[in-house]
Design a protein. Structure first.
Length: 420
């Protein structure tokens, strides 16, 4: 299930490309006015984390690639546009996602190099568990088998190391010391810049829906909203919550964009206990909530992980609700007493775009053999960007069938989440 050794990129290659990416990132991104005579080997629609990494790896494989996005990499409507994301490797018994996350961390760090301010904060990640917790218990076995550094901490040790928590019913936890926090919005912009440095042509433009009423067969071009066309031999649609709009008959009932609220609590003046050097990122699966340290003085981040209501990424307003504030306030008061009376200093509304069970979608369009559909990553996908990009590039180049785990056939029309 992992990219082959032939598709791997050395650390030296990443450092070289990262230097070029930094130079590209320092310049303004301009739309490319493409002529109708131009044609690419691969056109990637969506410059989020999956699309940008796919474009980069396709270029690294020698392909001439165009990368198209309606609002730009790291924009506030995108699932990849939030300030921060956790990177961790604990996935219960699911070894594929554990391996992909661990390998992706290596690629992220190689791309970032010694850039300042940092794109990755090695805060560690803490997985809180009750007395009986099959998901977290299974993670112990998988992390050991894959070789990811971790430790099991019992209640007494948790209290000594992390006195900021009121652990309540928590009896033990897994600590991943090498996990941490990715600066998501800036990171995806750097990946897009790295793709451009590798030869990818970036184009600002909204892709119109694929015509699914015409005769079956290969797609010739993507039509943009202003009348331009982008021609290619193969196409990758990695446009997150826009996938149901681009391919409505195939994905309209199989990708579920939902509204998700994020809150930032301001620590007390002079209190450094909630900063990146003092407290890890943490996940409370039983209560479907997670949090990150106060990174770059933004505030202590807390967000519910349960799926929200259906959401339109184009028109949905991104203002948090009173009910959301109340629920998070109650959790903060219970779990972090020192923050109980502290104000929310910022908030965000983003979206998830999951498949029925949370597994990624990486498969050909059922009616267009040269079209690949890539998505379903929200809630846990950002960290996997490098591995997803490699996998996509390998399959587009080789034409190999995807693993059943990622196939369109395994994506249902009813949400039954099983991947956390």
């Amino acid at each position: 299930m992992l990219p082959s050794r032939g598709m791997r990129t050395s650390r030296r290659q990443f450092i070289t490309v990262a230097a070029g990416a930094a130079a590209v990132a320092s310049t303004r991104v301009h739309a490319v006015r493409q002529t109708s005579a131009d044609a690419y080997d691969v056109v990637v629609v969506g410059a989020g984390v999956f699309g940008s990494w796919s474009a980069y790896h396709l270029a690294n494989a020698g392909k001439r690639v165009a990368l198209v996005d309606a609002y730009g990499p790291g924009n506030s409507r995108a699932s990849s546009g939030g300030e921060t994301r956790i990177i961790r490797s604990a996935y219960g018994a699911n070894e594929t996602y554990t391996r992909w996350s661990w390998r992706s961390l290596e690629q992220w760090k190689a791309l970032f190099g010694q850039a300042q301010p940092p794109y990755f904060h090695e805060t560690g990640v803490l997985f809180l568990a009750r007395t009986t917790d099959p998901q977290t218990e299974a993670s112990l076995t998988t992390l050991t088998r894959v070789g990811v550094p971790h430790e099991r901490l019992e209640r007494a040790e948790l209290g000594r190391r992390f006195p900021q928590f009121n652990f309540g019913q928590i009896q033990w936890a897994i600590h991943e010391p090498k996990g941490g926090v990715l600066m998501a919005r800036r990171a995806v912009q750097l990946v897009q810049a790295a793709a451009r440095a590798a030869g990818v042509v970036y184009i600002d433009g909204r892709a119109r829906p694929i015509s699914e009423t015409a005769s079956d067969g290969p797609l010739d071009a993507v039509e943009l909203g202003d009348g331009r066309t982008v021609r290619g031999a193969a196409f990758v649609f990695a446009c997150g919550p826009w996938l149901p709009k681009v391919c409505p008959s195939v994905l309209g009932g199989r990708i579920f964009p939902t509204r998700q609220e994020v809150f930032y609590v301001g620590p007390p003046a002079g209190d450094v206990r909630f900063g990146a050097s003092s407290i890890p990122a943490w996940i409370d699966f039983a209560e479907e909530i997670y949090g990150l340290p106060d990174i770059e003085r933004k505030g202590f981040k807390i967000a519910p992980d349960r799926h929200g209501v259906p959401f339109d990424p184009d028109t949905g307003e991104r203002v948090v609700t009173a009910a959301g504030r109340q629920a998070v306030r109650a959790y903060v008061a219970k779990r972090f007493p020192a923050l109980a009376r502290q104000p929310f200093v910022a908030s965000e509304v983003c979206q998830y775009e999951n498949t029925s069970n949370g597994d990624f979608l990486i498969d050909r369009h059922s009616e267009r053999p040269n079209v690949w559909l890539v998505g379903g990553g929200s809630g846990h996908g950002f960290k996997h960007g490098p591995a997803v990009g490699q996998y996509v590039a390998e399959h587009v180049v080789s034409g190999a069938a995807p693993e059943p785990l990622f196939s369109l056939a395994t994506k249902a029309t009813r949400q039954r989440r099983s991947v956390f």
